[in-house]
Design a protein around this ligand. Structure first.
Ligand SMILES: [Zn+2]
Length: 471
């Protein structure tokens, strides 16, 4: 496996740059409130009715996002302040509009901004936070070990190599996430590295917010071009802020971690997200998730900025070495996508049926490989989607070790879904009954073996379903 190698010169420059960062976490944000599975926190004002908050309310369920580390909120608050200052000059320059950040649970890393001008509502999902966290910790670990002349074991390079090594295998595996369950003595440095990613994410969203039609002054039609235009505005603004705490190389490490991971798991996500007329590949479905192109632009914008003679924490003497190092991160080898077709039950026709069968094939691994997010101590749940359902949750029982996949479709009709299951699982036995409350149930089993698929009318009038591996 190719490893990331650093010359001692680069080590010193990077470490000096990180050491100059002040420790984020001083921003004062109000205590977050729990709405459904989301965490809602107000940076300014106190919006209680908002379409995004309403969506959380409708999702119901417990506060999965609350499993996040507490300091993430302070990190986001700090990153928002930096992003705002970078974008328009001073804290508060965006005006009096209320500012709310909503954390919601989902596996595929994402962030967004709601298209309203009277308020600023930013959404960030748990998958994104897990990626930023993992990239920051592992990258910091490599940098520290290199600085101390120690082998870079268990860090970013090893993580990328382990993902690369899974290339081409069938899509039933667990991808390691280097997130230790104990707090690291290097937490301040890790937070500083993570802050670069958070600042870029939020400055990107503010770039949408501050430009006509949220289009970042982009006149083309393609999604990747639009998102890269926002990236460019965001990064340029962050680079201009004096005494910057934005470290482009850290942002590149995070983006490239997503690139490597998504190249591998793309077929899996494609199965989960695709509808009837979806493009045939993950990349075709999400053209803006070209993290390699986007991270290469980060490097180019940085290089051009330093080339103008700017001298700051991000363009120190010898900065060219660090830029070349960041560029080498963007050139790291990418894994061959995993192979969904060789999974036991996988079929490629029909989004719903394909996703259901994919879920069945993953039951034996206790759904570990669909998490897309890290296992964390005490974190027993995560989500993904089957077409037709609003959300699915992997539920792990820590005591018994059992796990199941639970999905709900609040507006679906039982009879319709049951028909879909019957045609998808046509060679499975089905047992139907009505419970004491008058709700209809159906249990599907195949030759008496596990997993069992259940579908039933839920309390709220919609339909629930589960895939259970164990009794
Ligand atoms: Zn965007």
């Amino acid at each position: 496996m190719r490893r990331i190698e650093l010359t001692s010169h680069i080590r010193l420059i990077f470490w000096a740059a990180v050491a100059m960062l002040c420790v984020p976490g001083t921003a004062q944000v109000q205590a977050p409130s729990t709405v459904g599975p989301c965490l809602v926190f107000h940076i300014r004002g106190n919006v209680t009715t908002d379409p995004a908050i309403d969506t959380c309310r409708q999702l119901g369920g417990s506060a999965q996002a609350a499993n996040l580390r507490g300091w993430v909120l302070a990190q986001l608050g700090y990153a928002f302040d930096q992003a705002e200052r970078a974008q328009c000059g001073t804290l508060g320059c965006l005006g009096p509009a209320p500012v709310t950040i909503i954390l919601y649970p989902d596996a595929l890393a994402n962030a967004g901004v709601q298209r309203r001008t009277d308020r600023l509502t930013l959404t960030v999902n748990t998958g994104l936070i897990d990626f930023i966290d993992a990239a920051a910790r592992s990258f910091n670990s490599d940098m520290k070990n290199l600085q101390l002349g120690r082998p870079t074991r268990g860090g970013y390079g090893d993580w990328m190599a382990s993902v690369l090594g899974l290339g081409g295998q069938r899509c039933v595996f667990q991808v390691a996430f280097p997130t230790p369950t104990v707090a690291s003595a290097d937490l301040p440095q890790e937070q500083a590295v993570a802050s670069a990613a958070y600042q870029l994410v939020l400055a990107h969203e503010l770039s949408h917010f501050r430009t006509p039609q949220f289009r970042c002054n982009y006149s083309g039609q393609d999604q990747l071009g639009l998102e890269m235009s926002c990236d460019r505005i965001a990064e340029s603004s962050l680079l201009r802020v004096t005494n910057t705490t934005f470290t482009p190389v850290a942002a590149v490490a995070w983006m490239m971690a997503m690139e490597v991971y998504e190249r591998l798991t793309g077929p899996l996500y494609h199965n989960f997200y695709m509808g009837g007329n979806a493009p045939p590949t993950f990349e075709g479905m999400f053209p803006a998730r070209d993290w390699k192109a986007r991270s290469r632009q980060i490097v180019q914008t940085w290089n051009a900025f330093c080339g103008t003679g700017a001298r700051s924490a991000i363009c120190p003497d010898g900065y060219g070495d660090v830029i070349r190092f960041a560029d080498s991160l963007t050139q790291q080898p990418l894994p061959t996508p995993c192979s969904p077709d060789s999974a036991p039950h996988a079929q490629t026709s029909g989004g719903f049926c394909s996703a259901l069968k994919q879920a069945l094939s993953l039951a034996a691994s206790k759904f570990a490989s669909i998490k897309g997010v890290s296992y964390r101590s005490g974190d027993s749940q995560t989500t993904f989607l089957i077409p037709g359902f609003r959300s699915c949750t992997v539920q792990n029982d820590a005591d018994s070790g059992d796990s199941n996949l639970f999905c709900s479709a609040p507006t679906a009709k039982y009879a319709d879904l049951l028909q879909g299951y019957k045609s998808c699982l046509s060679d499975w036995a089905v047992e139907e009954h009505v419970d004491k409350s008058g709700r209809r149930h159906a249990n599907f089993s195949h030759r008496g073996l596990r997993p069992v698929v259940s579908v039933w009318e839920s309390n709220n009038g919609g339909v629930s379903t589960s895939v259970d591996e164990h009794e």
